[in-house]
Design a protein around this ligand. Structure first.
Ligand SMILES: [Ca+2]
Ligand SMILES: [Ca+2]
Ligand SMILES: [Ca+2]
Length: 219
């Protein structure tokens, strides 16, 4: 009896007769090595890209906050006090603290989901008209009234400074002086230079509005 017709024909595994229908083990191993290398590169590349993106986003957010602060001064003839807490409102008599983002009408978080920080020259928070504001700016520029906010070791006479604590979530020296990792009234009125390079101990992202620049915006 012929039984061969009752069973399906089974092709021998691993044989590559005639046209090729699959991978050899060596090809497969090669592909796996390549995939492994690509995955390894991706695993290294992705966190780097995320890090770069957060830095870029935060730089843009700090710049936007600076623009909003200038707009507020032009519209109201004063600069807001800083906030003593993260809620976004200003607190009278607070000159170094959190960005009063609700007062400014903007969102106040950086890409690391931390509230931005803010410092202001006290003499510019007490004015009630744009004319008086300009007068105070002029007095600060000429030195008729002593300046209350400086960046870059005193090289920049600033009206206002806004900063992100950066990826280490801490405000760093020389912005923070009392080592509580945030900006507050107990810190002095000397802050870092805008665009200062990142180091092992400094990663804050800081923008300043100089007195002369702000005065020019009123002309
Ligand atoms: Ca920092
Ligand atoms: Ca300081
Ligand atoms: Ca502090």
């Amino acid at each position: 009896m012929n039984v061969s017709g009752l069973y399906p024909q089974v092709r021998p595994v691993g044989k590559t007769t005639g046209s090729r229908g699959g991978f050899t083990l060596i090809e497969l191993a090669f592909v796996l090595v390549i995939v492994g290398l690509l995955l390894g590169m991706g695993a290294e590349l992705l966190p780097m890209l995320v890090k770069q993106n957060k830095l870029k986003e935060t730089r843009a957010t700090v710049k936007e906050a600076k623009t909003a602060i200038i707009g507020y001064a032009l519209a109201t003839g004063r600069l807001p006090y800083a906030g003593s807490a993260t809620g976004g409102s200003e607190n009278s008599g607070t000159y170094r603290g959190y960005l009063p983002f609700a007062t400014l009408g903007i969102s106040g978080n950086d890409a690391y989901l931390q509230t931005l920080f803010y410092a202001v020259d006290p003499y510019l928070t007490v004015t009630t008209s744009t004319d008086e504001f300009k007068t105070h700016l002029g007095e600060l520029i000429t030195g008729a009234h002593p300046g209350g906010l400086f960046c870059d070791g005193g090289n920049i006479h600033a009206a206002v400074v806004v900063l992100s604590s950066g990826k280490n979530f801490c405000v760093d020296a020389p912005n923070d002086d009392n080592h509580n990792d945030r900006l507050d009234n107990a810190d002095n009125y000397q802050l870092e230079k805008p665009g200062a390079p990142e180091t092992a101990s400094y990663d804050d992202i800081l923008e300043a509005v100089s007195l002369t620049y702000l005065f020019g915006r009123f002309e």
